[in-house]
Design a protein around this ligand. Structure first.
Ligand code: SF4
Length: 510
């Protein structure tokens, strides 16, 4: 029986909790104020520094917690448990299985009473104890979503370890972490921190597979499975090997990641993870080996960061650059392109497209600007590309209309808008970021899908022509009589709602 403890949970005003539960992601300011009142200021301040916001302060894509959930679910011998409103958990569970999780998502439900009395924390603690079976798990991840974070559910009070199973509690509210990409970093950073403290406390078990005969380069950011293999081949002439990819697939890989000779920040937004690597004394290298220019500069930076002789760096370049050039020339891309996404690899893809011959005008990324993507930004800007960090949907759409491209690569709403305007479009996440990008394999991988999409322009024109007479917006469809707009109805409803709200307020005050 666990001894009861005094839990520092502050009751969130019923209004804030209700707006989160009912309005979902729609009340970020109130939720943030509530979270601060409930003792989460330190966490929110750290997120504000790690993941600077603006122009949009609220996710315009999926719930950010999906990033942390996905990282937890992809790790072997790791249980991932959510604590949050049922509707949020439903959406997150659905999305994780849509993306092939094949793993159970744990859930500690709550109601108003368990939330405000602190019983929810007790329930979470019981759930963690019940799951802590060292035969099955190395780690248990517990994720506070918006409402428990706003209510100050103190995951930091959970035991660090139960029966040898590590317990990692993180707050991932939509009002503190702007994108799901950065939420991956929240969990990866928390795990690296835990592993680093273990390393500092004494010897740790060796991973099952690891390169022991050469220094390794840790790769930061999710990438196509063939890319680490290709990177390993490019590093070989320098006497280096590719290390694990962070977020890792198992706990012990975290030790190898921390043991790398340097860390390649392939995805540049992993701020918390980079903090842990820097605390472990590991140099960080930005950008990635994409295209001829990108690969040349990256190999040089890696060689310098790991004190490799210039002759070996040159040997690595000579071994790979001609093959990349050949692959690029063999698969040219012709056409004007705008590109936007929220994966964090948008600038790298744009570099590759430009080296393939494409006329890229705009790159929007939902991720923030960091020093680790500076080289890519400068290179793109030198080619006349407009680079927009923390791009909002509105900015992506503006670019689409301004540049009228032959192809728009983007998020779902951008792709939809492009197709509506008869512009061929490809969804970044499923069709572009699920391909190799690095080295010779990456150089030729995009051309086929891009050129095929651009070649489809006439089909879009035909469809446009075919559907032109069926109207659009509210009037789309086949009607006996075209529907007439009645703005006065909406105005009436708006006035009624305002009146109701006013009456409720005066009731509360009275
Ligand atoms: S947890 Fe996610 S889905 Fe739920 S309210 Fe927060 S941001 Fe929205």
């Amino acid at each position: 029986m666990n001894k009861p403890i005094d839990i520092p949970i502050k009751v969130v005003s019923s209004q804030s909790t209700a707006s989160a539960a009912v309005g979902g992601c729609g009340a970020p300011q109130e939720m943030a104020v509530a979270a601060r009142q409930a003792g989460k200021s330190e966490t929110l301040d750290r997120y504000a520094t790690d993941y600077p916001k603006g122009p949009h302060d609220q996710p315009q894509s999926m719930c950010p917690a999906f990033g942390s959930l996905r990282v937890g679910l992809r790790m072997r011998r790791t249980a991932t448990i959510l604590s949050g409103s049922a509707c949020c958990v439903y959406g997150l569970t659905f999305t994780s299985h849509f993306y092939g999780a094949r793993r159970s998502v744990g859930y500690v439900p709550f109601n108003s009473e368990t939330l405000v009395t602190g019983k929810l924390f007790e329930d979470i603690r019981d759930a963690v104890h019940a799951q802590a079976n060292p035969e099955k798990f190395d780690a248990i991840v517990i994720i506070n979503l918006c409402v428990p974070t706003a209510s100050g559910v103190p995951l930091q009070l959970l035991p660090k370890e139960i029966n040898g199973v590590r317990v990692i509690g993180i707050d991932v509210p939509g009002f503190g972490v702007p994108t799901h990409a950065e939420a991956k970093d929240v969990l990866a950073g928390a795990m690296l921190r835990f592993a680093r403290e273990e390393v500092m406390a004494g010897p740790v078990p060796a991973p099952k597979t690891r390169v022991a005969d050469r220094p390794t380069i840790t790769l930061l950011g999710e990438m196509f499975p063939a890319d680490p293999v290709g990177i390993g081949m490019m590093l070989a002439p320098m006497g280096l090997a590719a290390g694990p990819v962070v977020p890792t697939r198992e706990w012990r890989e975290l030790y190898t990641a921390l043991d790398g000779a340097a860390v390649a920040a392939i995805h540049p937004f992993y701020t918390a993870s980079i903090r842990e690597f820097e605390a472990a004394g590991r140099p960080i290298v930005g950008s990635a080996p994409v295209g001829v220019h990108g690969t040349e500069a990256w190999l040089q930076s890696i060689g310098c960061a790991t004190n490799i002789a210039q002759s070996a760096i040159d040997a690595a370049k000579n071994a790979v650059l001609p093959a990349i050039q050949q692959a690029l020339s063999a698969s040219p891309v012709k056409g004007r392109i705008t590109l936007s996404g929220y994966e964090g690899s948008e600038l790298l893809v744009a570099r590759l497209l430009i080296e393939s011959g494409a006329d890229v005008r705009y790159v929007g990324t939902a991720c923030p600007r960091t020093i680790w993507s500076d080289a890519d930004r400068q290179w793109l800007e030198s080619k006349g590309v407009r680079v927009q960090y923390r791009a909002s949907l509105e900015q992506d759409l503006e670019a689409l209309h301004e540049f009228n491209p032959d192809l728009a690569i983007g998020t779902t709403p951008v792709v939809q808008a492009a197709k509506q305007a008869s512009i061929p479009a490809l969804y970044f996440t499923n069709l572009i970021s699920a391909r190799p990008l690095m080295g010779p394999a990456g150089a030729g991988s995009l051309a086929q899908v891009i050129n095929a999409a651009i070649g489809n322009k006439s089909r879009f024109d035909q469809m446009h022509e075919f559907f032109e007479s069926v109207g659009d917006g509210d009037n789309a469809g086949v009607w006996e009589e075209v529907p007439k707009a009645h703005p006065e109805f909406r105005e009436l409803t708006r006035r009624q709602l305002a009146k109701l709200q006013k009456a409720r307020k005066s009731e509360e005050m009275g």
